[in-house]
Design a protein around this ligand. Structure first.
Ligand SMILES: [Zn+2]
Length: 303
């Protein structure tokens, strides 16, 4: 272990994630993630929105109109992506989920009703995980190995709850651009889960989300601006050997001009011969094969 020890010598304090090596001579990695929030994200914010047809239609745009356009883009470019799906979305659009599966993409867990875990007990969080797992398994016939927390909100219990359920990786944390092994608790030698970090700057929500009185800044950005930001990060992260993890939502990025912008980003990716563009699951499996020493992330203690 290269970490520093605390005064008791019982566990390492947090140390930065280290650079990883990529397979096949690649110098960096990238993965496209599509969070299929659909109606679930709004129903969690305000259950009474179930009675608001226009609001529901705004969210249904993702599965109904955005997804076919995104799936066509991925097929044109021969790219496999990861679709993080709430159980509720899977139950409401089962044929779409099976289409995603049959196209060779990865399907991963994204809560049941896109619940934020803030204030949840571990038992409540476990019940949410189990309900989402049950829905995804029933619809797709497969158990997901990946998890992305709704709103990227996790607790210190989350890694252990995921490990208890056989998950290989999580993709919700923000302390690095390198994937790593995250120890379950504060003790080195504990079980660990692969973490594939994310960031708000590599998310279409901050660019495009606008639903009056529910979410969004009120500003809808130009796809050229989103593309420009993501291209700049891609170039810098490629040079540094990072894992570029982009998060898009079909109800946002499935609109025509936004898909065009995304396709230009994919162009940019595919022109970089040293970039490994693949699913989050394949990146996680590679990271697991490296046998990295798990990092501990002790919960801060304060008066
Ligand atoms: Zn989400």
């Amino acid at each position: 272990m290269t970490g520093q020890h605390d005064v008791t010598g019982q566990h390492d304090v947090t140390r930065p994630a280290e650079p990883v090596t990529w397979p096949g001579g690649h110098q960096a990695a990238a993965t496209l993630g599509f969070d299929m929030d659909a109606e679930a994200v709004v129903l969690t914010i305000d259950p009474t929105t179930a009675a608001r047809l226009s609001v529901m239609s705004h969210q249904a745009y993702g599965p109904l109109t955005g997804m076919p356009r995104i799936l066509a883009l991925l097929e044109r470019r021969d790219v496999r992506a990861t679709f993080f799906c709430p159980g509720f979305t899977a139950e409401r659009y089962p044929d779409l989920l099976r289409r995603v599966r049959d196209a060779g993409h990865e399907i991963a867990h994204h809560g049941y009703l896109h619940e934020a875990v803030t204030g949840m007990t571990p038992a409540q969080e476990a019940a949410m995980l189990d309900r989402g797992l049950e829905a995804l398994e029933k619809v797709t016939g497969a158990r997901p190995v990946g998890y992305r927390a709704p709103m990227w909100e996790t607790t210190y219990a989350t890694p252990g709850l995921l490990l208890d359920r056989g998950f290989l990786y999580d993709s919700s944390l923000m302390d690095s651009e390198m994937p790593y092994e995250l120890a379950e608790g504060a003790a080195s030698g504990a079980r660990s889960i692969v973490e594939i970090p994310v960031h708000w700057a590599l998310d279409d929500w901050e660019q495009y989300a606008y639903l009056p009185d529910l979410f969004g800044s009120g500003l809808i950005e130009d796809p050229e601006k989103a593309l420009s930001m993501w291209r700049a990060d891609l170039a810098a992260m490629y040079d540094e050997g990072c894992c570029f993890t982009l998060t898009n939502h079909p109800f946002l990025s499935g609109r025509p001009a936004r898909v065009r912008a995304l396709e230009r980003l994919v162009d940019d990716m595919q022109q970089r011969s040293g970039l490994w563009l693949t699913t989050a699951g394949e990146i996680a499996a590679h990271v697991r094969s490296l046998g990295l020493a798990p990092r501990v992330f002790p919960q801060p203690v304060h008066d």
